[in-house]
Design a protein around this ligand. Sequence first.
Ligand code: ADP
Ligand code: MG
Length: 274
Amino acid sequence: MSGGPYDDRGNQDATITNPRGMGEDDPVHAGGHEHPAPGGPFLIGEAMTGGYGRGADILHSCTIAVDRGEIAVIVGPNGAGKSTAMKAVFGMLNLRKGMVRLDGEDITELTPQARVQKGMGFVPQTHNIFTSMTVEENLEMGAFIRRDDISGTLEQVYELFPILKDKRKQAAGELSGGQRQQVAVGRALMTKPKVLMLDEPTAGVSPIVMDELFDRIIEVARTGLPVLMVEQNARQALAIADKGYVLVQGRNAHTGTGKALLADDEVRRSFLGG
Ligand SMILES: Nc1ncnc2c1ncn2[C@@H]1O[C@H](COP(=O)(O)OP(=O)(O)O)[C@@H](O)[C@H]1O
Ligand SMILES: [Mg+2]
């Protein structure tokens, strides 16, 4: 199958269709299963080293994390490994070293499917919607792990992105780039995730649409949902970031608050165009 979410995958070993992680009797929203992180971030990929299949390592002891109430942003040149780092955190890559923890629990060995069950929402950089399905069908598909009533969440997504309600019966492939990205984010929200991971949510949209999307993402984050996102619009993204990571060649080059990175001479010169 192609054209579906999570398809952008080079590793055949850890697939979302792997039944290993399914059928767990531990629904995300049943509550009660808290694993408090003693001082650690809510979601962390720590010292991750790994690559695709049997290929060379792409990530070299790379760490990315997001804490409760935060927006964390990953920036860096093309090919730096930003998407690879996100895929590693979501379980689409076999790590040779390092680990991933969610709310203090080691989830390094879990499949992507099982991570969704644990509360991770992921919007991949490409193939993040089903273009031949309607907007509403996309959102309903997003809720695939839920067995409860999803109508309330659907309404919340329509409140956040009103244009999607107007276009709910249209094929998602007929929408503009910015609207498709709203569908993709809405889809991820349909699982009621505990953390939202976005890989270049503003790719290919105009500056005005980018600003609007950022506003919606800030709105989502303010509801208490931590957001970890990759952005190519480094300056604008760091401006809204509580925490920023600059990745270069699969390594952490600079880490700090968004504000500190924007003020850092070396970061400005090398990554922000002066
Ligand atoms: N599916 C894949 N299989 C093999 N190599 C890949 C795959 N996807 C990306 N890569 C390689 O991994 C490196 C990092 O790519 P990527 O994580 O997509 O960078 P970024 O998102 O920062 O632009 C690049 O050298 C790229 O060619
Ligand atoms: Mg990428």
